[in-house]
Design a protein around this ligand. Structure first.
Ligand code: LMR
Length: 341
């Protein structure tokens, strides 16, 4: 009898060890290619998270909408079917957090320094607090970069957009932006854009060059205008319940991994877009037009009214924070002699 009891407790012990040795699995789903700023940073996070938790956490990265498309992925996160995502800011509107659309406003950030001031400051905190109420915890903001326009028609003047069917992400600001240009916006999941362009379901789209090239959109778009008219960036998010219930030491190791991955991500984003632009040029399938200042002014004039149109949705204070950041950065960048005046 004693032997049976001893055997049983040994068995129980080894079973419980086997259970506790099972790693915590984080499914990290995203919609872009692995060789993009977001794709590479997700892999970096995986490596750092596994290292820092000594294998107690296993991160499975699913790129290219393999698991979920745009809208589905946020629902899956709320349901706990995936644990981590990095949707673009434009994707949070349909969840009911419209303030994220601040980042979609055309020509609001003159450069990434002003942009980072806003997302890393009070505005970023406010946005994450809003997510909390939806069962979602914000972990970091990642960059892609400034967006460019593409279609099968040259786009130099605002009039060139007239009647163009343009694919947009699910953001009301982007809808208004395309309408202000005279185009016809059409919301569509990222994974469907290539074939929609190929089949002529839409005529054009907007994205940073890294997304454009890695989805092979250059094969189906004859023209791209380097307009830098808006920004595309990401909020890395997790399921709040999952995050809150993690052992504290695991949570702090994951936070450290995320912080390092974020530095890495912001470091490579611009370079990834520059490299992609070189590849687009080398492929010679898309003519690249760099919008000169003289023509840009007319785009700005057509698009600025979109800011006022969304004051009540996004919040006047949030929009003002972006304006203030732009002024502060411009001042800081001025030579000393000019600053004194
Ligand atoms: C898009 O849908 O165009 C982008 O948000 C894709 C992405 O995640 O970069």
């Amino acid at each position: 009898m004693k032997l049976v009891i001893a055997l049983c407790s040994a068995l129980l012990l080894s079973l419980s060890m086997a259970v506790s040795a099972d790693p915590i699995v984080i499914k990290f789903s995203h919609v872009v290619a692995p060789d993009t700023p977001k794709g590479r940073a997700a892999e970096k996070f995986k490596q750092l998270a596994e290292e820092k938790t000594k294998g107690r956490v296993k991160v499975e990265v699913y790129p290219n909408s393999q698991l979920y498309k745009d809208r589905e992925e946020l629902e899956a996160l709320q349901l706990g079917s995936v644990q981590m995502l990095a949707p673009s800011m434009a994707k949070f509107g349909p969840m009911g957090v419209r303030e994220f659309e601040l980042f979609d406003l055309p020509f609001i950030f003159p450069n990434s320094t002003a942009l980072h001031r806003v997302m890393d400051g009070e505005v970023g905190k406010k946005l994450f607090a809003k997510l909390d109420t939806k069962g979602v915890t914000g972990l970091a903001f990642w960059d892609n970069g400034f967006k460019q326009m593409s279609s099968n028609r040259p786009m130099h003047n605002v009039a060139d957009f007239k009647g163009l069917k343009m694919r947009i992400q699910s953001s009301k600001v982007l809808d208004a932006q395309m309408k202000a240009l005279g185009a016809i916006p059409q919301v569509m999941a990222f994974s469907e854009v290539y074939s929609a362009l190929q089949q002529g379901v839409v005529d054009g789209t907007e994205n940073p060059v890294s997304n454009f090239y890695t989805q092979k959109m250059n094969e189906v778009q004859k023209h791209m205008t380097m307009s830098n008219h808006g920004y595309l960036g990401y909020a890395v998010v997790t399921n709040k319940k999952f995050w809150d219930e993690l052992p504290a030491d695991i949570r702090s190791a994951l936070t450290a991994a995320m912080n390092e991955a974020t530095v890495f991500e912001r470091d490579i984003a611009q370079q990834e877009n520059d490299d992609a632009l070189e590849k687009v040029r080398a492929a010679k399938t898309t003519e690249v037009y760099v919008l000169p200042e003289s023509e840009r002014a007319a785009w700005v004039k057509a698009l600025l009214p979109v800011h006022a149109e969304f004051e009540s949705v996004i919040g006047k204070d949030l929009i003002q924070s972006a304006y203030d950041a732009a002024v502060q950065v411009e001042k800081a960048q001025q030579p000393v002699s000019k600053k004194k005046k």
